[in-house]
Design a protein. Structure first.
Length: 232
């Protein structure tokens, strides 16, 4: 039983070390994507269609915002508290639509009429990070399309809620806009992407290996007591 237990514990520790190597490589890859020179949106779309992972890839796009069709996703920011991420359709030169997360606004500025200075008109260039649609968790509330209140990034539903009929072609991912340049009036505030992924695999590996060492110590103590009783 001790041998079987050791095999399981050491196996779990080794698996966590393998996960640690994978997570470190992933974090390095994400850092390279997120801080490199922005690539053209068409390049990012081509990579995505080819099956490449484009999450957090830095891209640039140009188009006109459809401010009257912005969607609001509930969010919490450590600096601004509860608020909303403003997702605004960007109409591209070929009439396709890219949903841009322009950043966060506090709850009192959810109403776009209270931040008209930031509703930039005309053709704009956006630089930001690719974000894919989300899959809701077990406890994630349902999106409320009727009240334009969103709890997770559902790209198809957002597009359907904006373009009920004759929907234009849709870019298959979102863009989180960077902090700069800031819009007039400073709202929404971009740069909301969180790049810090949890990485506790080393801690978990040490725990499993520590349990294996404890099991060895318990077995040694048990065997020693049996030996003393035998020779005694």
């Amino acid at each position: 039983m001790t041998i079987a237990g050791l095999a399981i514990l050491i196996g779990l520790g080794t698996w966590q070390m393998q996960r640690l190597a994978w997570k470190q490589a992933l974090l390095t890859d994400i850092s390279v994507r997120a801080h490199g020179e922005p690539v053209a949106l068409t390049r990012a779309e081509k990579l995505e269609r080819a099956g490449n992972d484009v999450e957090y890839l830095r891209v640039k796009a140009e188009g006109q915002f459809l401010h009257n069709k912005e969607r609001h996703l509930f969010a919490f920011d450590s600096k601004y508290g509860a608020g909303y991420h403003v997702f605004t359709p960007l109409r591209l030169a070929d009439d396709s639509i890219l949903f841009v997360n322009r950043g966060i606004v506090p709850s009192e500025l959810k109403d776009a009429t209270k931040r008209l200075a930031g509703q930039v008109a005309g053709v704009v260039e956006i630089v930001g990070l690719v974000r894919g649609p989300q899959v809701p968790g077990m406890f994630t509330p349902e999106n409320n399309l009727a009240d334009n209140l969103w709890y997770w990034r559902d790209l198809d539903a957002m597009a359907a809620s904006v373009f009920a009929t004759n929907a234009p072609p849709l870019v298959p991912f979102f863009i989180d806009a960077e902090t700069e340049p800031r819009p007039p009036g400073s709202w929404p505030k971009g740069g909301v992407t969180r790049l810090h992924l949890p990485n506790r695999h080393l801690e978990y590996a040490v725990t499993w290996y520590g349990l294996a060492a404890a099991l060895i110590a318990v077995f040694v103590a048990y065997a020693a007591s049996r030996w003393r009783r035998t020779v005694g």
